[in-house]
Write a protein that binds this ligand. Structure first.
Ligand code: SF4
Length: 351
């Protein structure tokens, strides 16, 4: 790999996203509508508009210690004709040669990965490849019209890791035919592949997606937000146990999603990840309180990292209200203590 820069895992990179909605896609997967997700039409950027877009991001006020990455998202990057792949990479590479950008990343389908294309990429400063695995259950992949199998993901993962690119795997929950068990099994299988990071996307019904037709006919019922949060709260620890960072849970809020009826139904929330962390904290507290003989009328103090205070409280203090009611507590206080790791808590109960 050319001049492979050292990744700084402590600080997330500064990403310059270049959306290529549906470019390189062999067809439209059942759940997908990248125009809605990204709020941009399906077209490849011209050389001048690509340069302009990258320069726009480079002009932003930002933490200059962060690695800068140009990211080609929203399509099937390696499904593009080779000439287009190389022309986009050539353009991105000029920013690397000028020292303004550190590396390139992109998302692609597992069935686009082979030795030849990875050897071509070695001529560029590509650091990270993200694969849309979505599910490791072949039946669910078929129902989502993915056109690839779980075996393609295994094979692609091995090749990418062999060539020492950083690997991200994306999975989805709530796909047609998935009752939650398959998502949990998918998470175990993905964790066993030891990717460098994962993203978890709950399925939502996007307008103008094939799934929207299923939904309108009554052939697909999305998970509720509550069910989906509970499911992802079970999946997240599967990755944590293996020290695999989950860098995203839920679709990123965008104008395309939030305006003009972009989402017809399903568990979309702009702070989905926050809801998942709140649920995980709630479950941890419930388990500990159930070990107490009697909690009625007692005072609970929760100690957490300052960055986790809002997560433990839940949106609109929901966790506090639920706990108070469920365990008949007299009071609950949340105290910040930055000596506690962000995903942990300690508690005192008195009275
Ligand atoms: S999921 Fe990926 S391959 Fe399928 S239509 Fe969307 S961008 Fe294209």
């Amino acid at each position: 790999m050319k001049n492979q820069p050292q990744m700084n895992h402590k600080k997330p990179p500064f990403i310059i996203p270049i959306f290529l909605p549906h470019q390189g896609c062999p067809h439209q997967c059942t759940f997908c509508n990248q125009n809605t997700i990204s709020g941009t039409p399906s077209r490849l950027p011209s050389k001048s508009s690509l340069t302009k877009e990258i320069n726009k991001y480079l002009s932003f006020n930002r933490d200059t210690k962060k690695e800068v990455q140009i990211a080609f998202y929203g399509g099937n990057f390696l499904g593009l004709p080779l000439q287009l792949i190389t022309s986009l990479l050539d353009e991105a590479e000029t920013f690397i040669l000028s020292g303004q950008v550190n590396s390139i990343r992109f998302s692609t389908r597992p069935d686009t990965i082979n030795h030849q294309i990875l050897d071509q990429l070695a001529n560029y400063t590509v650091s990270t490849i993200e694969l849309g695995a979505q599910s490791m259950d072949d039946q669910i992949l078929t129902l989502s019209n993915r056109g690839h199998t779980a075996n393609d993901t295994f094979r692609a993962t091995n090749l990418i890791q062999e060539k020492k690119f950083h690997l991200g795997l994306q999975m989805m929950t709530g796909l047609p035919g998935d009752n939650g068990k398959q998502s949990i099994e998918t998470a175990h299988q993905i964790a066993a592949l030891s990717p460098d990071f994962v993203r978890i996307y709950p399925t939502v019904v996007l307008s103008k997606s094939p799934l929207a037709q299923f939904f309108k006919r009554g052939d697909y019922n999305p998970m509720s937000l509550e069910e989906s949060v509970k499911l992802v709260a079970k999946i997240y620890p599967i990755f944590m146990e293996k020290n695999i960072p989950v860098i995203r849970m839920g679709l990123q809020a965008s104008d395309g999603l939030e305006d003009h009826g972009g989402i017809l139904a399903g568990p979309y929330h702009p702070a989905f990840g926050h809801l998942v962390f709140s649920e995980i904290f709630l479950e941890k507290i419930k388990i500990q309180l159930r070990n107490e003989k009697d909690t009625t009328g007692r005072h609970l103090i929760l100690h957490v990292h300052s960055k986790s205070v809002s997560k433990i409280r839940g949106l609109n203090n929901q966790n506090i209200t639920k706990l108070q009611k469920m365990f008949q507590l007299e009071s609950i206080r949340v105290l910040a203590d930055d000596s506690i790791p962000k995903d942990q808590l300690t508690m005192d109960i008195s009275g």
